[in-house]
Write a protein that binds this ligand. Sequence first.
Ligand SMILES: Nc1ncnc2c1ncn2[C@@H]1O[C@H](COP(=O)(O)OP(=O)(O)OP(=O)(O)O)[C@@H](O)[C@H]1O
Ligand SMILES: [Mg+2]
Length: 491
Amino acid sequence: MNIDFSNIQTASAIPGAAAMIETFRAIGYSLETAVADIIDNSISAGARNIYIDRIWKGGESMIIIKDDGHGMSDEEIIQAMRPGAQNPLEERSLTDLGRFGLGLKTASFSQCRNLTVISKRKGENVSFWTWNLDYVALTNRWNLIRWLPDGYENLLDDIESGTAVIWSNLDRVVSPLTKKDDENAKRKFSEAFDRVKRHLAMTYHRFLEDKSFKLYWCGHEIKPWNPFCLNEKKLQIMPTDYIGNDIAIKGYILPHKNNFSSESAYKNAEGIYGFSAHQGFYVYRGNRLLLAGDWLGLMRKEESYKLVRIQVDLQNTVDSAWQIDIKKSKAYPPMGCRLQLESYAKKACALGMEVYKHRGRILKRRAGTDFQSLWSEKKKDDKWYFVVNREHSMIKNLKLMAREDPDGAIEMLLKFIEESIPTKTIYVKEAQDESAQKQPYSDIDISIIKSMMEQIYHNQISEGLSSEQARLSLKYMEPFNEYEDLIDELV
Ligand SMILES: Nc1ncnc2c1ncn2[C@@H]1O[C@H](COP(=O)(O)OP(=O)(O)OP(=O)(O)O)[C@@H](O)[C@H]1O
Ligand SMILES: [Mg+2]
């Protein structure tokens, strides 16, 4: 539909400031996601050190997030404070964690009624501006005020350039009438803030693993929490898969509890919400974790998948296709990716379940019962391979049965083999060490092949094929196709 805008009547419908800014409060941030949105800005501004502090003063408590990024001039602060200063459709640099031109405001207003930004560029003067929701309500205008909480004039003196975001009147975190000596409220405030700390250790673990980047928590360095337990020896790593050029997927199956290097390592791997909740995809956008364990609507969380964690790496170029939200806490894979993600997830979950099955076998062995596996793993010259366990009672039984009913016995044997090929274990071994699998037929006695080949050849000739035709049919038959020279020698 094309509308001709050149000659059309219009009416102004500017949003009411007081109502609109209150609506910004309802986007649904938690304290964790709100603080992370502020830290995203600091990272985008090139900060290497970010200081997060809470100041307990009862109803007048504050949260301060300060960085040593490039900072902003007076004009730039005003621009940063403007809701929707930047169009979400604009292309952004790959290291920019922003998208909507809203996060600073929406994240802050979700927690407080007073947002102050104080900033300075290198070699320039410090400047500051504040959004005060009470003032906006009073005036119904989109006006900032030149105001700074008492005692914070020198907040940036110790850095060359940088920015501090100050949240005061934290009505969503502490009720405004709370007294400073209310120990119960103080404890709750501390606990809420501790959850934020763990959330940041997880969300920014890739940045924190780089020693030149630091997040300080009330003066203490936050240590990274890596969901994939990369130092665990029994960790299973799946091969990386790619969707187009933009998206990489890599699965990790954590070891069973008893196979973790220590009790504390297992406890640590559990994460904030426990193993069950932390299963699923870990979606990263520009190295920042967006989702920490979510099946993206492709499957359900199950107890038996709880050791499965799959890393998905996105760049901000796919923001729109993946419907990244303002809070940077949701993502919806586009139709084109769903099938591939789902099939990868299924493979990973099958491996995840194997960990428990395998565990079951070990337990049975330990319990003293002789566990008979149909397949045994072997190793020769550093190469692994699987053989059917000839000692298995079923094989012995089939041999007896073959005396009476050879066709039936062979059919049954083939059926059991088809059903029990240890594909998952093979898949894991392949993923971990591609080179170490023995080549099929690499050390089989060649006379077995030759004798089988001759028998088939003569059978075919007696069935009426010419020797040329019989040879050709063998060349198209596994595994004889690998032995053309032997076929040509047949007489
Ligand atoms: N700590 C900071 N240092 C330097 N500039 C900042 C800082 N915080 C915000 N800004 C500037 O303010 C702008 C607006 O920030 P805001 O978080 O509102 O939106 P965004 O980061 O562009 O996008 P999104 O809504 O996705 O977060 C940023 O694009 C950046 O230019
Ligand atoms: Mg932002």
